[in-house]
Design a protein around this ligand. Structure first.
Ligand SMILES: Nc1ncnc2c1ncn2[C@@H]1O[C@H](COP(=O)(O)OP(=O)(O)OP(=O)(O)O)[C@@H](O)[C@H]1O
Length: 279
């Protein structure tokens, strides 16, 4: 179904009560489409003490795509990320990475090594290390776990770190302790630490919470640049920022997809307005 079709459909039908919003089968992926996807979730459910945090969730991310996930508190956004990264096991459903890797069969460290990097809302940089050493400690490969003190720098790593520093707008702060960065710059450094692991997919949770307006705008630019050669899923409540990302949006509610499409389409969906944007 096209955006226009679903829009006109939602305009011509009465709006169901939000609490009883039906799971829309038109938003479910077709199994044959799985092989060309980076991320493929279908019929995924997960309960906590009988409460369905994720309920028949279907979600498909194309190779190279950046997607924004929105939705009210408790919609299941974090639990969905937890399921993708192996932190939480689904009770049922398919969760595939790169077409044929069944993520439900792997643990968290293995999934991270396979190329799914996650950034939590709160920055967790090493404050007592320099900006460059934070990146060095995050580089993928054999230096993992080697204290920076004993590590002999090499030209290739230095080039990689310089490239990341330029990208995350911190080249001029490379030798300063991370503790002296602003909140926004710490978020960029942590995004850089993800990039240092050379992930295929970045999951980024509320990156602009607590940022200044200027940092928020710069973060949208930064993620758009990163999305040129990475796939990205961004969870965010800041609609101005989501608009600046300029990507397809998925709105979750009660553990499943309520609406999906352009931001204009999703934000004019009466169900989304009722449960989220109109509040
Ligand atoms: N480990 C857990 N044990 C019990 N309930 C949980 C657990 N994890 C999540 N939940 C519940 O599942 C629901 C979905 O939570 P989740 O954190 O995924 O929502 P969210 O969309 O990320 O919300 P927010 O925007 O507030 O971060 C919530 O009602 C939450 O209380």
């Amino acid at each position: 179904m096209t955006d226009t079709q679903s829009q006109s459909q939602s305009q011509s039908q009465p709006v169901p009560a939000a609490a009883k919003a039906p799971i829309n089968p038109a938003l479910a992926p077709t199994p044959s489409a799985r092989k060309d996807t980076l991320l493929y979730l279908d019929g995924v459910s997960r309960s906590f003490d009988g409460f369905k945090a994720i309920n028949e969730l279907s979600f498909v991310l194309a190779m190279g795509e950046m997607r924004a996930i929105i939705g009210p508190n408790g919609a299941g956004k974090t639990t969905m990320m937890d399921i993708i990264t192996g932190k939480t096991r689904p009770d049922k459903g398919d969760v595939f990475f790169m077409g044929d890797i069944d993520l439900t069969k792997h643990d968290e460290p293995t999934i991270a090594q396979m190329g799914i990097g996650r950034k939590f809302q709160k920055p967790t940089v090493f404050e007592t290390q320099t900006v460059a050493d934070n990146l060095l400690l995050s580089l993928k490969g054999e230096r993992r776990g080697i204290p920076a003190l004993f590590y002999r720098d090499n030209r290739k790593d230095r080039r990689t770190i310089d490239g990341i520093l330029d990208k995350i707008r911190l080249g001029h702060r490379r030798d300063e302790l991370a503790a002296y960065l602003s909140h926004g710059q710490k978020q960029w450094l942590e995004i850089g630490m993800l990039l240092a692991q050379d992930p295929k997919l970045l999951l980024v949770d509320e990156p602009v919470a607590g940022m200044t307006d200027a940092e928020t705008e710069e973060t949208a630019r930064l993620l758009r640049e990163i999305a040129v050669d990475h796939s990205v899923v961004v969870v965010e409540h800041d609609m101005g920022f989501v608009r600046d990302l300029g990507v397809k949006v998925t709105c979750l509610h009660e553990g499943h997809v309520l609406s999906e499409g352009s931001l204009d389409h999703v934000s004019s969906d009466p169900q989304v307005v009722e449960v989220y944007l109109g509040r």
